[in-house]
Ligand binder design. Structure first.
Ligand code: NAD
Ligand code: GLY
Length: 365
């Protein structure tokens, strides 16, 4: 059965949208599109890997059904998330005759979604776009909430805007073909939601880790729905990350971002987030906000889900905490260089702690 999660935005512009969650729905893309009629043409943006696995079939189906559909394929991976690739896509849209009444569908992981949304926000002063996320990370996080953009040199997500899709179609069956490393990447974000915002999700994952690890179909649908509900609620409250609650989605991320940088991005974002959750739990214990059992439970949780619990030995043995603090001070989310963390108070609850003394971070290991 299809689950529906509505993202209701707190203004009068009717930009709210639905997230449809089901399995084996991706080939019914044509039917999904009908709700957005009228449109002049459809542009599918995807990457080469997702194209080969799923999009070539969808494209053919749409073409044979008489859709005016254009295909735009980029190389897979973060290396594509830059303005040069955006310029190439803009030019391709222009050559195809894409107009303001066209609709862009981003079919792929977070890279395709972030680029697709940015292209849609900027081409012809904005065209409608749909997210069809195919990684776990994109299904539980990046396809919802409208953060779109590209990296600027080595600085991730430095250029972009908030631009909401008009709909999101999640087919959880495509997760079966996701490489394990990418699955772990998504699970890191799922763990973030569970520990910081949803004790029921935490307990369900804790007691069904085998199903999570086997990518059980019902479990995946439950996870995606639950995470999308949390994200929809928070985006509805704080779309532009101004009033506060959206910052809770960054639990574990201040550590994670610094760990990604010191590893020269050999650690994936999801691995770094998973390790960041353990460091955030330890920091919270150090500040007297949780007890040692909480930290142990977090570590066991990571172990059960196959998530890393600690930095790899080569990074741990050479760790330079002054450098880490300096990276944290320059984090996009830092205000006036003060160290601000989202920290847990119990499973499923967290608070923002401002101006943390760096000594507590260094002694946190
Ligand atoms: P990704 O888009 O690079 O996809 C990972 C890999 O999986 C790629 O090689 C892709 O081709 C492949 N793939 C995708 N779907 C597949 C499938 N079903 N089967 C087999 N292979 C498949 O990475 P990601 O982890 O999805 O996204 C990471 C990006 O998302 C980063 O750029 C990050 O900054 C961004 N992000 C954005 C937000 C947001 O709110 N906008 C939130 C979190 C992350
Ligand atoms: N992934 C964090 C956010 O969307 O705000």
């Amino acid at each position: 059965m299809t689950s529906l999660v509505h993202v209701s935005l707190s203004d009068l512009t009717c930009r709210g949208y639905d997230i449809f969650i089901d399995s084996y729905r991706i080939l019914q893309f044509g039917e999904f599109l009908t709700q957005f009629e009228p449109y002049s043409s459809v542009v599918i943006l995807t990457d080469d890997k997702v194209h080969e696995k799923y999009v070539s079939d969808i494209y053919e189906l749409l073409r044979r059904s008489g859709f005016d559909v254009h295909l735009c394929v980029i190389d897979s991976g973060e290396k594509s998330k830059n303005i040069d690739v955006v310029i190439r896509i803009w030019n391709q849209l222009l050559e195809n005759g894409t107009d303001r009444n066209s609709i862009l569908a981003a079919v792929g992981g977070g890279v395709v979604g972030d680029i697709g949304g940015f292209v849609a926000a900027t081409y012809a002063r904005g065209i409608r776009f749909i997210q069809i996320p195919t990684t776990l990370l994109a299904q539980v996080d990046s396809s919802v909430g409208g953060k779109v953009g590209v990296d600027l040199s080595a600085t991730k997500n430095m250029v972009g805007c908030f631009y909401q899709p008009v709909g999101v179609l999640v087919d959880t069956s495509v997760i079966s073909t996701l490489p394990q490393a990418e699955y772990i990447c998504g699970l890191g974000e799922v763990a973030k939601y569970a520990v910081s915002l949803d004790s029921e999700l935490f307990e369900k994952l804790e007691s069904n880790a085998d199903k999570v690890n086997l990518r059980d179909s019902d479990m995946l649908k439950y996870i995606v729905k639950r995470c999308c509900e949390i994200k929809a609620r928070i985006v509805g409250e704080d779309e532009f990350e101004r009033v506060g609650s959206r910052i809770f989605l960054n639990y574990g991320h201040t550590f994670a971002h610094a760990f990604e940088v010191i590893s020269e991005f050999t650690l994936s974002h999801g691995q770094a987030v998973a390790i960041g959750l353990v460091y955030a739990a330890r920091l919270s214990a150090r500040l007297g906000m949780v007890d040692k059992n909480f930290v142990e439970r977090q570590i066991e949780f990571n172990r059960a889900l196959g998530l890393p619990m600690e930095l790899p030995q080569n990074l741990l043995s050479t760790i330079d905490w002054d450098n880490i603090i300096s990276i944290m001070r320059h984090d996009k989310k830092t205000e006036s260089g003060k160290l601000r963390f989202v920290l847990p108070t119990q499973i499923g609850q967290c608070v923002v702690v401002n101006d943390v003394d760096p000594k507590n971070i260094v002694d946190n290991v």
